[in-house]
Design a protein around this ligand. Sequence first.
Ligand code: FE2
Ligand code: FE2
Length: 276
Amino acid sequence: MKGKDENHLIKVLFLGDIVGRLGRRAACEYLAEYRKLEKYPVFAIANVENASHGFGLTQKNYKELSDAGFDCFTSGNHIWDKKEIFNYIEEADKLIRPINYPKKTKGEGYRIFETANGKIAVLNALGQTFMSPIDSPFECFKKYIKKIKKETPNIIIDFHAEATAEKICMGRACCEFGASIFLGTHTHVQTADEKIINNMAYITDVGFSGVKDSVIGMEYKTSLKRLVTGMPERFEIAQSKLIQINAVEILLDTKSGTALDIKRIMLEKDYQEAKK
Ligand SMILES: [Fe+2]
Ligand SMILES: [Fe+2]
């Protein structure tokens, strides 16, 4: 039984970019198992920019992941890849897209969720280094963390960016602004630098959930052909049935917005023998 002082502790589970059908399946199954075993209440987030066949998110897949029990979805540069997103993003109340798109861009850049243990805000932004032109994430973080802090001390950031140094630097800045958790995504490769910086949980990149024997979720041969010929070869999603789950779990004190612990999760699921 939990002690009185543990009543405001929760576990934040964050899954790195889910890629494709088997990535979704493994993610949903993993979340169900995780919730069963975890003693603290769980707030589950997943980055879904590649969830539908590697590119974007269909409404059907949004519903599937939502029904599986995820509380919030973050995204990134691939959020617009399935054009139907324009028709449903306004109603998708668990989904956020990067906040540093222009003002008239559809969707929300952050959301505040009511939980039994208090309000939790999730904020998503894109990096600028080796990425398409976009508004300054630094200015957005500064502005919106200040604004959100008036409502809740619990602020979780998914910084979707390519360059390691940009993520480290922006993580330190967000720690100074008062964020609780700062997680990098986009490279699909999990980094081994999880840590607590003052009271904020940090990792440069959470990694991805999808086919393990692949080039960040995509098939090797077409990826290589693109590199070797420089021609715009269509990426194909990898088909092997050995799936990796990359995630982090954070113990968060929701009363103060303090991250107490962060652990990396890197595991495999083999669907080779599965019937469907
Ligand atoms: Fe991605
Ligand atoms: Fe991305």
